[in-house]
Design a protein around this ligand. Structure first.
Ligand code: GDP
Length: 482
């Protein structure tokens, strides 16, 4: 596999077929135009129709976004609670409250953007303290950050119990004139009630699309569930004829790390990964605290050996094995990410203390070991994001099942991961790891609705109605696009 040098030699389409816009200030966000030189060629191209829709969305964001006249009128209405006013400006809004770890928030943001496009809404993202530090503005001439003076009091504490929640509004059958509603709050997170998840089925015959302000809270990747709504299917098909790369394509468009994060990515890449013949990413997320670290290490080594991702080592007999004279051995750089440094140290020691069976030279690198997950700390999130990008730049990737951190690492890179199955009560599953069906992230709290009948149905257990929406490999009740 060619390293960066070889990649740089070939002519690059810096604008990725229209996914990346020219005209932004290159200095203020270097990743936007540089990342093409670090990342592999896109394996899924955006369709002309998607590019057209993105340009329309940008125009909408500019026309109706913060600072514009329509935004001022709309926020005034939200503040005053004035009712019975039509959405005169054709501007309506999706305010996203993404929460939990960074992986969750990134999946929520990318898929909420898709939802905003499908419903012709301006996407405004609550900054959750660090968003502005880690991502550049995606839309030219406006901002996607929810203004600090956003007038809806207590919006970040809204819950399913709120009178304005989708479930409560629909249960009261109060879906008449949309202008009755100051705003509607929808929860589409992993634990949302079935009544709230019916929002996935809302379509043009329903009322939601006429409500000017929608506040959405989610910690999930909601894209697969949008494919279950017949009202969106044709449009989604035109945008994404290949359903297995929705996150991949959207993330290339929407997510551009800030200069500080991009500097961390490129410095690490240039120091440790660039010159290797091949690179492997191993993402370790220990979600079950009872699991002894040695069990996780055994699982990693069983997986990498089973899938021929890492060479075995020669166990030395008495007197040792004479090391071969290495002239031009193949090199493999292994990028390990995790909160603990223990697994990295053991793997590195293994390749230091013993020779590889095939003569390959293996180097092992871990950018950070933060020990604990932190919230609202810019540097902690910057490291996490830099590591997700580094994972995405490897040639193959092993991830921990259930982890959104791993979903983002593989999804950003267009890599179909090998998922390590999650240990249960400290015990390793019989299947150590499994190749995923696609590079798409798993939706961990999906819709389970047959929208045509408005029935809660766990669709993936029945004969699947939508063939490209399948049960996830690592979580039986999750859904993913394939
Ligand atoms: P998930 O909990 O595995 O689904 O992934 P999330 O990204 O949503 O949340 C885990 C959070 O813990 C990350 O966002 C980081 O803040 C932290 N974290 C977990 N694993 C790593 C890692 O390998 N590197 C770094 N830098 N942080 C990590």
């Amino acid at each position: 596999v060619a390293g960066l040098g070889a990649r740089r030699e070939s002519r690059k389409d810096v604008l990725l077929g229209g996914l990346v816009l020219p005209g932004f200030d290159e200095q203020s966000c270097a990743s936007r135009y540089q990342s093409v030189y670090y990342r592999k060629n896109m394996t899924r191209s955006p369709t002309p129709y998607l590019i057209e829709r993105l340009r329309e969305q940008e125009a909408l964001q500019r026309r109706c976004g913060p600072g514009s006249e329509p935004y001022m009128r709309a926020s005034e209405r939200l503040k005053s609670g004035e009712k019975n006013v039509d959405t005169v400006d054709g501007c309506s809004y999706l305010v996203l409250l993404a929460y939990r770890g960074l992986g969750n928030r990134i999946l929520a943001t990318a898929s909420a953007f898709l939802y905003a496009m499908l419903t012709n809404r301006v996407l405004l993202v609550d900054r959750a303290k660090t968003l502005g530090d880690i991502f550049c503005e995606p839309f030219p001439g406006t901002t996607w950050l929810l203004p600090l003076d956003f007038p809806l009091e207590g919006y970040s504490d809204l819950s399913e119990e709120a009178a304005e929640s989708y479930a409560n509004v629909t249960l009261r059958n109060n879906t008449g004139p949309a202008s009755e509603h100051r705003f509607v709050y929808i929860t589409l997170d992993h634990g949302a009630s079935a009544a709230n998840r019916l929002a996935y089925c809302d379509d043009h015959r329903q009322f939601l699309h006429r409500v000017q302000w929608v506040v959405l809270r989610t910690d999930c990747y909601i894209a697969p569930s949008l494919f279950l709504n017949p009202a969106y299917q044709e449009e989604l098909h035109r945008m994404f004829p290949r359903k297995d790369a929705v996150f991949y394509v959207i993330s290339r468009y929407l997510l551009h790390p800030t200069n500080d994060v991009w500097g961390m990515v490129t410095r690490f890449y240039d120091s440790y990964l660039k010159n290797a013949d091949e690179t492997l990413g191993i993402q370790i997320r220990v979600l079950d605290e009872d699991t002894p670290p040695q069990n996780i290490l055994d699982q990693i080594l069983a997986c990498t050996s089973q899938e021929h991702l890492l060479p075995g080592v020669v166990v030395a007999g008495a007197g040792g094995v004479p090391p071969p004279l290495q002239t031009r051995a193949r090199t493999k750089a292994v990028l390990v990410t995790g909160l603990s440094g223990w697994h990295h140290d053991r793997i590195r020691e293994m390749y230091w203390q013993s020779a590889t069976a095939d003569g390959e030279v293996v180097s092992v690198h871990q950018p950070s070991h933060e020990e604990f997950q932190e919230f609202f700390l810019a540097m902690h999130d910057m490291k996490a994001l830099a590591e997700m990008y580094l994972l995405s730049m490897t040639d193959a990737i092993v991830t921990s099942g259930w982890s959104t951190f791993g979903y983002v690492g593989s999804g950003l890179g267009g890599l179909t991961p090998y998922h390590m199955m999650r240990p249960v009560h400290g015990k390793l599953p019989d299947t150590r790891c499994k190749r995923a069906m696609s590079m798409e992230p798993c939706a961990q709290g999906p819709a389970y609705f047959e929208c045509t009948r408005r029935e809660y149905n766990m669709v993936f257990h029945t004969n699947n109605m939508v063939p490209h929406v399948q049960a996830c490999e690592d979580m039986a009740w999750g859904l993913k696009l394939t």
